[in-house]
Design a protein around this ligand. Structure first.
Ligand code: C2O
Ligand code: CU
Ligand code: CU
Length: 492
């Protein structure tokens, strides 16, 4: 592998970017350049006896009963420092961005006492989780300013994995997530096939844009920027991993680590690569795969999650960068001029310790994923995605777009008819992708979001188990969702 040339060209490149962004800083109204804040922010806060897992503070379990996870979650306006030297008006869960992590195990009952201290309606949506309709935090169940709501749901067996929570109010999701409302969820399997001695990181990726006062910048109504944000989705030039810009993780030579990655960005799609390293891709939205896959890089669209094993194959003392490699998700006429820049996300720093001899052996099969049988499918639903619309319609809360029977197995045939990526997400039920552009996929995986690059198609199979209700399906570029690229599936 020629990782040498890779990293040196990256270095030359980042010097150039720094110079460019300095000039640009002076010359423009925007505050932030891009990556020049390296290593600047705090270490993850290990304070007040707070439990830190995978580098995240965890929502404190108020229940002492086993099998119950009872937590308090409040959304409020805060002033926090996101970029060094500035304070910013934000929305935050329990005063933090990202919100504290929710941690539970299969079989647990989760109770979330939610309080909306925001000056506007919101909801908490538990992205990817299989739960009752009224608990889904969809636009159908807004929580008004000053109001409370108790979300309670059971964690189904077989659903261990990485999920996330975010608001989902009608037309306001991109704005509220942009202001800081998102957090991670880890559901654990008591019989996890991987040893719990592996160092684990939860990495929530997001990007944001700030004005020269350090406030979160949204496009002026009627501006050209607004047209660009409507079309591409709002991207920011400052990239965060959890609450940090270019944080540093450490690894020992020879060590194996387990990384869980969430794309919480409103619009940015990440093509992730770690200089000179491969990943063992072990899981996605709905948890572990059956078989691990060795990959050089991974594309993570909005709302998607990945579980990876990172092998410390580097020498002691070495430093490598996790990068967002160029990914062209745009319509040619709206493609930003800097789309093909490589951006740095974090530094993986090898300790000086001599290589650990890892006696870690990756199981050949991580678990069995039950097959949803194609012969059982009673319907095929075709979804034609064009910019801003699904099947030529925009979202109407008073309309049901698709009706299905509880317990039915169906195929969804998602077709992207335009030249940019649209990640398609279904609430309530994990599905299995069957094929992409007519080619069968390599193995069964539980997914709740599937990215459709321009002019591509995919089919998935899903069974509507347990929960009747009105379930949203939508593009997970949040600006597109807010514009109405969303519909309703009623299961009854
Ligand atoms: Cu993560 Cu309907 O969304
Ligand atoms: Cu969702
Ligand atoms: Cu879209």
């Amino acid at each position: 592998m020629d990782d040498l040339s890779y990293s040196s060209s990256t270095k030359a490149c980042s010097v150039l970017i720094m110079l460019l962004s300095l000039t640009w800083l002076i010359g423009s109204g925007n505050l932030m350049g891009n990556q020049q804040w390296g290593n600047s922010l705090t270490e993850s806060s290990e304070k007040n006896g707070e439990r830190i897992v995978a580098r995240h503070p965890v929502l404190e379990n108020l229940s002492s009963e086993s099998g119950i996870v009872e937590v308090e979650l409040t959304a409020s306006k805060e002033r926090l420092s996101l970029v060094p030297g500035f304070e910013t008006d934000v929305y935050a869960y329990n005063g933090r961005i990202p919100g504290p992590m929710l941690e539970a195990s299969e079989g647990d009952s989760v109770i979330v006492h939610f309080k909306n201290d925001l000056p506007e309606e919101t909801t908490v949506h538990w992205h990817g989780m299989h739960l009752p309709f009224v608990m889904d935090g969809s636009p159908f169940h807004p929580v008004g300013p000053g109001e409370t709501f108790t979300y309670s749901f059971r964690i189904h067996p077989g659903t261990a994995g990485t999920y996330w929570y975010h608001p989902h109010p009608h037309h306001r999701t991109a704005w509220q997530v942009g202001k800081g409302l998102y957090g991670g969820i880890i559901i654990r399997d008591p019989e996890d096939p991987l040893p719990d001695t592996l160092t684990e990181y939860l990495l929530i990726l997001s990007d944001n844009r700030f004005d020269k006062k350090g406030e979160v910048e949204f496009a002026e109504p009627g501006s050209r920027q607004e047209r660009i944000d409507d079309m591409n989705g709002r991207e920011g030039d400052v990239l965060f991993v959890n609450d940090e810009i270019m944080p540093e993780l450490s690894i020992r030579s020879g060590e194996v680590q387990r990384w869980r990655i969430v794309n919480a960005s409103g619009a940015r799609i990440y093509r992730l690569g770690l200089e000179g390293h491969t990943f063992t891709h072990i899981g996605s939205d709905g948890g572990l795969f059956e078989n691990p896959e060795e990959v050089d890089e991974i594309v993570l669209a909005n709302g998607e999650r990945a579980e990876l094993l990172v092998h410390g194959t580097g020498d002691p003392g070495r430093e490598v960068i996790l990068q967002a490699l160029p990914y062209d998700r745009y319509m040619p006429m709206w493609r930003p001029s800097d789309w093909n820049e490589t951006l740095d996300l974090l530094t993986l720093q090898y300790t000086g310790d001599p290589p650990a001899d890892s006696n870690f052996e990756l199981p050949e099969t991580l678990r069995k994923i039950p097959e949803i049988n194609i012969e059982d499918a009673t319907e095929t639903r075709i979804m034609r995605m064009t910019n801003g619309k699904i099947n030529s319609k925009t979202m109407d809360m008073n309309r049901v777009d698709e009706t299905a029977e509880l317990g039915a197995t169906e195929i969804w045939d998602i077709r992207n008819l335009v030249g940019m990526d649209h990640p398609f997400h279904l609430h309530g039920f994990q599905f299995q992708v069957i094929d992409r552009n007519g080619n069968p996929v390599s193995q069964r995986k539980w997914k709740d979001t599937v990215n459709l690059p321009g002019f591509e198609s995919a089919r998935f199979i899903v069974r509507y188990d347990n929960y009747p209700g009105k379930w949203m399906f939508h593009c997970h570029i949040l600006d597109h969702e807010d514009q109405g690229m969303m519909g309703v599936l009623e299961v009854k």
